[in-house]
Write a protein that binds this ligand. Structure first.
Ligand SMILES: Nc1nc2c(ncn2[C@@H]2O[C@H](COP(=O)(O)OP(=O)(O)OP(=O)(O)O)[C@@H](O)[C@H]2O)c(=O)[nH]1
Length: 423
């Protein structure tokens, strides 16, 4: 039992550690995959916006610029074109957005808000060149943002953004003279920002993670059960059998700790030889639990075993070292009392009976035993002696159990014509 408990404790700790490491590894991988997926989505949107920008600047703007009739058209501004096209595109992908946020834009729609301002200022102060990504989680929503700096690298930009005096009249009359000027080559004036919703991928990740955790828990539980079965079948049962065999060989009953029937019969022969030699008295008490079958039936075999073990413990507390208690079979025990005459054995047997009756055999509320006593008669064989003690026990049972019967108490006892043999 102790071995199984230790094994299970180590197994449980190993399983828990295995679960924790697997869960951490899995969560980390799933999160990385989700971030990569979000990044790919955002990047595709960003590339689409850049493509629109380039198309406008390379193919639309030159046509319009060549025709004075068109003067300034906002539709030919790459940033405007990108924003408008992406707005149409995002009608089919609600929640996604593309913005060209600037600290000092001409078009008020492009004014940077809240965290966009902080981002652009970071670009400016840290001179960041590449893309910046972040997963923003609030109680209401989760978003993945991809941003790239807008740096003035084309002199053509300054045509509109250096000063109101140089800018096309149509542009100034559309947006006014106040905002969107003073830009210089190399300035970071804003950021292109793609924002994609992350709730769905995150929910998907959580679902997958939960499913995998259940699967892992199932696998570990199965492992737990299978290893326990294997432990029982391949280790504990053979070990217990070997133990029982060893203790039996050693002359001890494995369950109760009393000596075995074979060893008891050997002791009986020795005791008779000694009593013959010494001409000293010798008594034998047969002890049998009352209604033990009912205890097994009501409380189960394990409790029955416990009662047997407890009975032997109770008896052994009260007998002398030279006395010999043996389990003769089932719930029947023999107690050999060397150098003890009937009068002394009677007192001891009665004390043992009361001790059993008052003893604690939890969870069984009350346990009693019947006692049969016989004193050895000079010249009597072991089997004749045992047979008389057995008959005394039989009378104790017949007299209502939980009592002691001493050989010879009853005048109507049967004659001992055929003593039972023993090996
Ligand atoms: N738990 C347990 N039960 C055992 C063991 N050996 C024998 N038994 C049981 O002991 C019971 C003995 O039943 P019976 O011979 O009818 O005796 P009883 O019920 O005590 O009745 P009386 O002796 O007449 O009072 C049987 O049910 C056996 O299965 C054992 O090692 N452990």
């Amino acid at each position: 039992m102790l071995m199984r408990a230790k094994f299970n404790l180590v197994l449980l700790l190993t399983c828990m550690l295995g679960m924790a490491v697997s869960a951490w590894y899995l969560h980390d991988n799933l999160k990385q995959e989700m971030m990569q997926e979000l990044h790919r989505n955002a990047e595709a949107t960003m590339e689409a916006a850049i493509a629109v920008r380039r198309y406008t600047s390379l193919q639309i703007k030159p046509i319009l610029d060549a025709d004075p009739a068109f003067a300034f058209r906002k539709q030919a501004v790459p940033a405007f074109a990108a924003r408008e096209v992406m707005a149409l595109f995002h009608e089919h992908y609600p929640g996604q957005s593309y913005r060209e946020a600037a600290l000092n834009p001409m078009n008020p729609k492009n004014v940077a808000q809240g965290w966009e301002v902080a981002l652009i200022q970071r670009y400016q102060s840290e001179h960041l060149k590449g893309a910046v990504t972040e997963l923003v989680q609030t109680p209401d929503s989760s978003r993945f943002n991809l941003a790239r700096p807008i740096r003035i690298s084309d002199k053509a930009c300054l045509y509109c953004h250096s000063s109101p005096d140089r800018a096309p009249e149509a542009l100034v009359s559309l947006y006014g003279r106040k905002n969107g000027f003073g830009w210089r080559m190399g300035d970071i004036v804003g950021a292109q920002i793609v924002s994609v919703p992350a709730q769905v991928p995150m929910q998907r990740m959580d679902d997958t993670f939960t499913r995998y955790l259940w699967l892992l828990a199932g696998i570990y539980s199965l492992l737990f059960v299978v290893l326990n079965l294997l432990l029982s079948m391949l280790v504990l049962k053979p070990l217990n059998r070997a133990n029982a065999l060893l203790t039996q060989e050693a002359g001890q009953d494995a369950l109760t700790g009393a000596i075995s029937r074979r060893a008891f019969l050997r002791s009986l022969d020795d005791a008779i030889a000694q009593a013959t030699f010494d001409e000293r008295p010798l008594c034998l008490v047969m002890i049998d639990l009352d209604h033990f079958k009912a205890i097994n039936d009501q409380f189960g075999h394990n409790v029955g075993d416990h009662v047997l073990h407890q009975l032997v413990y109770t008896l052994q507390q009260m007998i002398k070292q030279r006395d010999c208690l043996g389990r003769l079979g089932g719930e029947e025990f023999g107690l050999l009392l060397p150098e003890t005459a009937e009068s002394g054995a009677r007192v001891l047997a009665e004390q043992l009976r009361v001790a059993v009756m008052l003893g604690s055999f939890d969870p069984v509320p009350r346990v009693t035993a019947s006692f049969g006593l016989a004193e050895w008669r000079y010249g009597e064989t072991a089997s004749e002696f045992m047979h008389r003690a057995d008959i005394s026990l039989y009378h104790a049972k017949r007299n209502g159990r939980n009592c002691l019967y001493v050989w010879g108490e009853d005048d109507h006892m049967p004659d001992l014509t055929e003593p039972a043999g023993h090996s």
